[in-house]
Design a protein around this ligand. Sequence first.
Ligand code: NZQ
Ligand code: ZN
Length: 388
Amino acid sequence: MRGNFVYCNPTKLYFGDQSLNYLKDELKHYGSKIMLIYGGGSIKKTGLYDEVVKILKENEKVIIEDPGVMPNPTIEKLYEGAKLARENNIDLILAVGGGSVIDYAKAVSASAYCAEDPWEEYFIKFEEPKCKLIPIGCILTMVGTGSEMNGGSVITNHQAKMKVGHVFNHELFPKFSILNPKYTYTVPKYQMVAGIFDIMSHLMEQYFSDDDDNTSDYLIEALMKSLINSARIAVNNPYDYDARSNIMWISTWALNTLVAKGKTTDWTVHAIGQHIAAYTDATHGMTLSAVSLAYYRYILKYGLPKFKRFAIEVWNVNVDNKTDEQIALEGLKKLENWMREIDLAMSIKEIGVKEEMIPMIAKTYRASEGGYYNLTNDDVEKILRQSL
Ligand code: NZQ
Ligand code: ZN
């Protein structure tokens, strides 16, 4: 494990199909004013909204609702939410939903009392908050982002054609997160597989960097293998509790900072995906699946030993009478087969990118460093064309 690092994860997790029972215990630690943040209404359809409201009322909380958080939450929504939180002197934000709801909750927490414009402060200048923060608790309904146990918050500014993530420090990690795999049963298949690929991408972004022998890489390989297996099962039977619970747990550990320890990490696929989403508002996981294969084939020669290891350890590629490059390419072919099997978007056309948009998307790309090769804007244009 190279380098010096700090590992601290303050989020308390409650996992399992009975985990909502613990909400009342957590509520005791906070004052009466609860800002209940949720998305476009799935929690009303599933009945979770009624259950949560009942628990809040039984515990004599005053509920201030902030519904309608959209996938890829916008800066306009953030301004409204920050004002609502400030005006109501909120004691706890309770975010019930997927990554968008939780990311937005973190941004609201950091923005409510921010003296500056939060977009400039956090998403342009990447400052750490200097103001009072509102504590956040989560009830997760869709898995993929890891937002339930990290400091990530991704906000979209359509006017500026920017989708930007700020990774806040430990103070903005949720104080607690409730993870009931059964809540994910109702996630539409498109969103479910997008979430699964988001997890795979988080793991690959952290795996494909460095050339030392690092325990983090072994952890990542184990998480990948479990994900590949459980994804196949969940796609065939969304109600398979073992598979859904595994995917939920893998998702949390894929991006709660643990497996990045001692690593430089890449994040190029996410950087390209966010640029695409800024133009198309496409589903996050699909922006990653649509460009991953072209990117990894493009950089394979720069990180050949690791791509070979990926093929052997994760995909069980037989090495007999093959060159390192053939082995590595076969690993990526197996990744591609799995991606097709679970029905991911495999081209950027499928997610709304038109050929004429490519130069613009490539031009605004900001380099992501840490992987095996730093792409230039021309490289990005080539990769986008290969992803059409
Ligand atoms: O809004 P509702 O009606 O709730 O519907 C949502 C939404 O339409 C639906 N959904 C969620 N749970 C459901 C459900 N539908 C039925 N049953 C349920 N149980 O799913 C749709 C997508 O939800 P969303 O929260 O947008 O998905 P996801 O969790 O993938 O979050 C995506 C956002 O997270 C950011 C992405 O960029 C994107 O903005 N990310 C956050 C990260 C972080 N915090 O570290 C890292 C990631 O790489 C990612 O960038
Ligand atoms: Zn992601």
